[in-house]
Structure formats: structure tokens, C-alpha cells
Design a protein around this ligand. Structure first.
Ligand code: G3P
Ligand code: MG
Length: 346
């Protein structure tokens, strides 16, 4: 039930609308909260003139840790309690691929964290670049494993194993080494290291957890992201083999990610607030036109006009340029975005 302005019963939860937030460039930059983010969260939790709470979820293209671990970190950063039941990161939908492949290469992130994430998703046999380098250090002439990487890596007889798929879970910490290994597999016979295909069309498929070419970190200007690694790999594959490389990206702006988010929000509203009906409007607050605005607008067309894109000026999008995809509203920061959505409702 929605409370009317005027005599608001404290802590009533609205069933009419909800918010979904991008993280980098909207709530966080370089590990630190954007100043207005903490107040925005308080508003959603009932500290507003209408005296209502508004359900919300987080949809980030980022990753590299388990959802559980990331929620603990986000809870500290935003001074609220964030549950994995309201959180999706770039690699969350990859969970659904775990059954399909046997041995897979998992790339990206700090140390061995992404191996843990993939195993948690149910992937049966996860290989990392570290395993391959430890098995044959000539793989990457300019990359030596650190002591810790050496200790954690699990080498084995790769000449007898076919790697069936490649998953880039998080940003590569070593582009040269990781790209060398990915290219070796793409040019191999059926994913067997040490072999070369004659046709270059029987390598394993490659999946990226998102396609952001740039993103918003602590530097004033945008930084290269996973989409840049993808472009680079496609260009190198073409230069070396004269063939096109087809890769697949998850995350925003993919419709599948927004469908996943819709299911998550539905479950979250039901479990925590007892709401059974779908919301009339989901306000999506993002900073990257190509991922956040594009995905929200495209999904809106398929979801009976329920998703509403709000672009903020605290991240990738910079004032003075025309965004490639037009949001329903552009505001200075996430607090203004929350106010905009609320004002539209009453
Ligand atoms: O690597 C993360 C970045 O590309 C985007 O994260 O939260 O803005 O979707 P986010
Ligand atoms: Mg962002």
C-alpha cells in the first residue's frame, strides 16, 4: 500500500515502484562512496517526506568476488545492509552456463578469487592462466608468477585436456599474459593447449561478463574496461589468422541481464516486503549510456513500459556531450535521481 503525502505512517513500503542502481560511477568510485550515495540510500529506507520505504536492487557489470563478499563490502561503503538477494554482478548470469561445459578457463580478477566464484557457481573443472603458466613458464615470456600465485596455481598435464570454453569473469590484471593464453586456445585444435588449428575455427567459445569499453574509477577520466580487452582480442585474432572472432558478452546492456534483474527484484520484493504484484515503474540509475541507458530503454520496450532510465553526471557520462542513448532524465547525482523518481510518483 502506498501512503499519501500528508499523514504518512512511518515505514510503509510502496508496491508501486522500485529502484535499480548501477554501482561504479553512480554509488562508488575507486572503492569510495560518491558523497550523495549514502543520503540517497537513507531516503530509500524511509528517511523522506513521504515516510515510505522503496525497494531497490543493485545491477553492476563489475565483478571478481563472490556476490556474498561484494555485498559485505557494499554494506560498509554505503552504511546499509546489502543482501545477495538484491545484487547482480556481471558474472552472476554465467552461473547458468556451469552445467554446459566440462573444463573451462576462467580469466580475470585478483589472485585466485574468480576460480572460487566459478566453483561456487558449480563449474566442475576450472583452469586459470596461473595453472597454465606454472605448467609451462615459456607460455608468457614476460610474465613470471608471484610467489603467492605460484603457490595457489594447480598445474597438470594440459596436453591431455580440452578446454571447452573461456570465461572472462573480471578485468584482467595482466593483459599481455592473459591475451596470449586466450589466443593460444582460440587458435588451438578444440581447446587443447600446445596444438594449432589449420582453420582457426575450432577453438572454444569466449564469454565476457560485460562489454564496457571504459568505466569510472578513481581517476578523473574514464579507464579502460573489459570491453577494451574484448576489442583488443578480436583485433589480434583477425591480424594473426585473418578470420573474424565471434565472442559473447553478458551484463548490461544485454536484455537477459534485465530479465534476470526483473526476476531478482520480484523475488526480493516478495521475500522482504511481502509484495506479490509487479511494480508499475522501475527507475534504473546509471552513468554509462551504452550499458545502462541503452539496456534500460531497450528492455522498457519489452516490459510494458515499466523501466525508466536516469543518467547521472558522476561517472562515465560527462556534461557537454550528447549521450549516445537518450535517458528519460539526466540529473547531477544519485540523490537527485532518487528525488526525481519519487517526485514523479506523487
Ligand atoms: O568493471 C566494472 C565496470 O565496467 C562497470 O561497473 O557498476 O558501472 O556497471 P558498473
Ligand atoms: Mg557505472
Amino acid at each position: 500500500p502506498v501512503s499519501m503525502p500528508g499523514t504518512p505512517p512511518r515505514s510503509t513500503v510502496t508496491d508501486k515502484y522500485a529502484f535499480a542502481f548501477d554501482i561504479d560511477g553512480v554509488l562508488i568510485r575507486g572503492g569510495k562512496p560518491i558523497p550523495e550515495a549514502i543520503e540517497a540510500m537513507k531516503m530509500l529506507n524511509g528517511e523522506n517526506s513521504y515516510g515510505i520505504k522503496i525497494p531497490y536492487i543493485f545491477v553492476t557489470n563489475g565483478g571478481g568476488k563472490t556476490e556474498q563478499e561484494r555485498c559485505i563490502q557494499l554494506s560498509q561503503q554505503l552504511e546499509i545492509e546489502v543482501s545477495p538477494g538484491q545484487f547482480i554482478c556481471g558474472h552472476t548470469p554465467m552461473r547458468e552456463m556451469a552445467e554446459k561445459y566440462g573444463t573451462v578457463l576462467v580469466v580475470g580478477g585478483e589472485g585466485e578469487k574468480c576460480r572460487t566464484v566459478a566453483e561456487g557457481y558449480g563449474f566442475k573443472d576450472v583452469v586459470t592462466p596461473g595453472d597454465i603458466i606454472k605448467d609451462n613458464q615459456d607460455t608468457t615470456p614476460f610474465r613470471k608468477l608471484t610467489e603467492e600465485e605460484y603457490k595457489d596455481s594447480r598445474p597438470r598435464g594440459f596436453s591431455k585436456i580440452n578446454i571447452e570454453a573461456i570465461f572472462v569473469f573480471a578485468d584482467s590484471r595482466d593483459w599481455a599474459g592473459d591475451q596470449q593464453i586466450i589466443l593460444d586456445l582460440l587458435m588451438s585444435k578444440n581447446g587443447r593447449l600446445g596444438t594449432r588449428s589449420e582453420t582457426f575455427d575450432d577453438g572454444p567459445p569466449v564469454f565476457f561478463s560485460h562489454n564496457d569499453v571504459v568505466w569510472s574509477a578513481s581517476h578523473d577520466l574514464t579507464r579502460l574496461g573489459m570491453g577494451a580487452l574484448r576489442l583488443s582480442l578480436e583485433a589480434m585474432f583477425k591480424a594473426i589468422t585473418s578470420k573474424e572472432l565471434n565472442t559473447t558478452a553478458f551484463g548490461k546492456p544485454q536484455i537477459g541481464t534485465f530479465q534476470f534483474a526483473t526476476r531478482l527484484l520480484q523475488q526480493w520484493r516478495k521475500d522482504t516486503h511481502g509484495i506479490d504484484s509487479p511494480p508499475d515503474t522501475v527507475y534504473f540509475v546509471g552513468d554509462t549510456p551504452e550499458s545502462d541507458v541503452r539496456g534500460t530503454n531497450e528492455f522498457n520496450k519489452q516490459s510494458e513500459n515499466t523501466w525508466y532510465s536516469i543518467l547521472v553526471r558522476t561517472g562515465v557520462y560527462q556534461e557537454g556531450t550528447k549521450p549516445k542513448f537518450t535517458p528519460r532524465a539526466t540529473v547531477d547525482n544519485v540523490l537527485e535521481a532518487v528525488k526525481h523518481g519519487m517526485e514523479r510518483e506523487y
